[in-house]
Design a protein around this ligand. Structure first.
Ligand SMILES: Nc1ncnc2c1ncn2[C@@H]1O[C@H](COP(=O)(O)OP(=O)(O)O)[C@@H](O)[C@H]1O
Ligand SMILES: [Mg+2]
Length: 309
């Protein structure tokens, strides 16, 4: 039976088969709140219990997240997504940032229905809002400005942070990877993305303050693990690296020493071609397949496949 703390909404999977009383007291391990639980007259079926704890899916859900802005989250989501599709994987990108940069970078209109509209039209219809892009096997659920209302409308709904996870159960195409581009803040969208994820990629430049951002995401991943019981894992991606800068090289080494095998071996270096490609609304691999960043994103995709399969 799934029990939700009435104060902090922490969820627990409790075996009540040996409890004979119709109601009993529990204390939340997270906020220490004590409350009474009533056993359901009819026990829930095994299927609904296991689904509530972990959705059954074949695809790997990956959030690209860092609460700092301008660290290459959107660029990584798009270019890693394209590279995975080039390696034969079927990919769905979810633009989960109200700025809709991922949507416009792939030359789609920022007025198409988004996750906000999925919730309003019924989550079972989510596949209707997924669009093909001009690149084979690269699909997208766009963002639009109405996503700014998600927090206001749902933040006080019990278990609001599982809305994306529950919606993804209704995606009926068989994707291998679902990559979620998240906004630079820990709010409704980032919490939903992390709760739905099996893996988090944390892009970071080699800057002194960037390590704080990594620790923050690690902290949230620990909370997600506690609340969902999932095996969510993460890998740090050094992006926008400038190997000619002494300061960058010092921080690069520091991040490697501190996080060891939690850091991708592949790094993405600074490359003007990324900026140029975004002006033309194209992934860098389409704009200039011979560029260093196109090559590095292909290497990253291969390393990611090796790590996750
Ligand atoms: N490897 C790179 N080299 C040069 N510019 C980059 C690189 N990666 C991203 N950028 C640029 O940096 C800016 C921020 O990138 P973006 O992916 O939008 O970050 P975020 O989504 O984290 O805010 C964009 O203008 C993008 O074109
Ligand atoms: Mg972005």
């Amino acid at each position: 039976m799934i029990i939700t703390c009435e104060k902090c909404n922490a969820r627990y999977d409790l075996d009540v088969s040996s409890i004979r009383k119709p109601s009993f007291k529990v204390r939340c391990a997270q906020c220490n709140h004590g409350f009474t639980v009533h056993k359901p007259a009819e026990p829930e079926t095994d299927i609904s219990l296991s689904e509530a704890v972990r959705p059954d899916h074949d695809h790997l859900v990956v959030s690209i997240s860092n609460q700092k802005g301008g660290v290459a989250k959107t660029s990584t989501c798009m270019n890693l997504g394209l590279s995975l599709s080039k390696l034969g994987k079927k990919v769905l990108l979810i633009d989960f940032d109200v700025q809709a940069n991922l949507t416009t970078s792939l030359d789609l209109s920022p007025n198409l229905p988004s996750f906000f509209d999925v919730l309003n039209s019924g989550i079972e219809n989510i596949s209707r809002h997924i669009h093909e892009t001009s690149i084979p096997d690269l699909n997208i659920l766009p963002a639009n400005s109405r996503m700014a209302l998600l927090g206001k409308q749902y933040m006080h709904t019990p278990n609001f942070e599982f809305m994306l996870r529950d919606s993804l159960k209704w995606v009926n195409n068989s994707f291998d990877y679902i990559l979620i581009d998240t906004p630079p803040a820990i709010g409704y969208c980032t919490l939903n993305a992390l709760m739905a994820s099996d893996h988090v990629i944390i892009p970071t430049p080699c800057e002194y303050l960037s390590m704080h951002g990594i620790h923050k995401i690690e902290e949230i991943i620990r909370i997600v693990k506690r609340r969902t019981g999932s095996n969510i894992d993460y890998t740090i991606l050094i992006a926008m690296h400038d190997p000619r800068s002494v300061a960058s090289r010092v921080i690069f080494k520091k991040i490697g020493d501190m996080f060891k095998d939690k850091v991708f071996k592949t790094t993405i270096e600074l490359d003007e071609k990324i900026k140029e490609s975004q002006i033309l609304h194209q992934p860098v691999h389409i704009y200039d397949p011979k560029s260093s960043s196109a090559r590095q994103y292909m290497e990253l995709a291969q390393e990611f496949l090796d790590r996750t399969s």
